[in-house]
Design a protein around this ligand. Structure first.
Ligand code: NAD
Length: 418
């Protein structure tokens, strides 16, 4: 993985590429390239041994023209202000591309959570929730899980918020456990939209996803579910990886068995039924029909892109291709399903969770999955229509054209204040 592209600059260049196809003034586009505000805070927390430690944390609220800010909270040592800003911007356009009534936000704490006990993580999370309290709310800003956070952290944030506000407000956060007001299908939703968009893309290309070979980089929540659901519709998952390296089996990996192995051992490496093991870079350049990057940003840079052999890339991760890689892959006729659509299932089912919380009326898993499929397939069709009618080079630019136009429409209807 390379770290040479600034994700915020990547976001801005994606917006500029789309702006060429839009009849929107530069002043409005400029506004859409910058966050409305960023909270930067230092959390001082007592560790189990009685010492104090300071943790830097951020929350970026990028744009609220279409609804409350929405986006995850990441725990990672590599979190930076620019990364959080970029991720919050991608959320704006992601929500717009699937046409759900949200703006975009994102947060993060600079921390390696593996180095802290559960009690310490709870105190750190509750300290962050306390700082976030004036900025978040069911109609204001609704956080969710991201890298290294999940139901546990979301439940702590909800509980802290509700305690301090002396209310019940399950819709203040999504990605909660079912018992705390979560939605069926939320955990699987990101991987599910990756599978659905890959299926639609293969259909668009006149190819069948059944029998297609697949490599998945990153075997966390998004990656493993995408792999599992692709296997379910007949694809052959030949390679998967995590931060420890990649495993390969020519006849296909049993995605569930690999997941159980990773749950038991903490890694996919040394999985007994693999034919081979290699590096993550080798996985990214395998000769497969579909590549699913599902780890972190900048997984494929311009140099590595020359060696990519996949026909289709479905971006389960946010920002896995640098702008340079994007250009090279477009020249090589690789169809890239952009992150803002491929992984939009997570935020879409977050939206369903919030709707259920607001109505205090809960849906079955079947209903969640059906509604998700409808929204994702409609969004894919809107993207293809724009791609073809505007004669655009890439699916990514087409997705931004659809999304930016929706945000601009909302902004222009509302006007400026003061
Ligand atoms: P996760 O923490 O569950 O999994 C991340 C996986 O990536 C882990 O298996 C980790 O070992 C692996 N990884 C880390 N560095 C790697 C490297 N250099 N090479 C290969 N693998 C590596 O996180 P997640 O929730 O699955 O998120 C993954 C990506 O998907 C992120 O970009 C996130 O922003 C995006 N995403 C997640 C959701 C969601 O609902 N979980 C929604 C939208 C987007």
């Amino acid at each position: 993985m390379t770290a040479n592209a600034n994700p915020f600059e990547s976001l801005q260049s994606q917006i500029e590429d789309a702006a060429v196809h839009l009849d929107v003034g530069d002043d409005v586009i400029d506004r859409l390239k910058h966050p409305e505000r960023v909270l930067e805070t230092n959390l001082t927390v007592e560790l189990d041994d009685g010492s104090l430690e300071r943790f830097r944390a951020y929350r970026s609220q990028f744009n609220g023209d279409r609804g409350p800010y929405k986006g995850g909270i990441r725990y990672h040592p590599g979190v930076t202000r620019d990364e959080v800003k970029a991720l919050s911007g991608w959320m704006v356009y992601k929500c717009a591309v699937v046409n759900i009534p949200y703006g975009g936000g994102k947060g993060g704490i600079v921390i390696d959570p593996r180095e802290y006990s559960q009690a310490e993580l709870e105190r750190i999370t509750r300290a962050f929730a306390t700082e976030l309290r004036p900025f978040i709310g069911e109609d204001r800003d609704i956080p969710a899980p991201d890298v290294n956070t999940g139901q546990r952290e979301m439940n702590w944030i909800k509980d802290t918020y509700e305690t301090l506000e002396n209310t019940t407000s399950p819709g203040v956060i999504t990605g909660k456990a079912i018992e705390s007001g979560g939605s069926y299908g939320r955990v699987e939703a990101t991987g599910r939209s990756t599978m659905l968009t890959a299926r639609e893309a293969f259909d668009y290309l006149g190819k069948d996803i059944a029998g297609a070979t697949v490599a998945v980089q990153g075997y966390g929540n998004a990656g493993w579910i995408a792999a599992n659901l692709l296997e379910e519709i007949g694809a052959t998952v030949v390679a998967v990886s995590d931060s420890s390296g990649a495993i390969y089996a020519e006849s296909g990996l049993d995605t569930q068995a690999v997941r159980s192995f990773k749950t038991d051992t903490g890694t996919v490496s040394d999985y007994e039924d693999a034919d081979d093991e290699f590096s993550n870079e080798e996985l990214l350049t395998l000769d497969v029909d579909l590549l699913v990057p599902a780890a972190l940003e900048n997984a494929i840079d311009e140099e590595l892109a020359h060696d990519v052999q996949a026909d289709v890339i479905a971006e389960a991760a946010n920002g896995p291709l640098t702008p340079g890689a994007d250009r090279v892959l477009a020249e090589q006729d690789v169809l890239v399903i952009p992150d803002i659509l491929a992984n939009a299932g997570g935020v879409t089912v977050s939206y369903f969770e919030w709707v259920q919380n607001r109505q205090r009326f809960y849906w079955s898993e079947e209903r969640v999955n059906e509604e998700l499929e409808t929204l994702i397939v409609d969004a894919f069709d809107d993207l293809v229509e724009t791609y073809e009618t505007h004669d655009i080079d890439t699916f990514r630019t087409a997705a931004y054209v659809v999304a930016i136009q929706r945000v601009v429409n909302a902004f222009e209807e509302g006007g400026t204040f003061p």
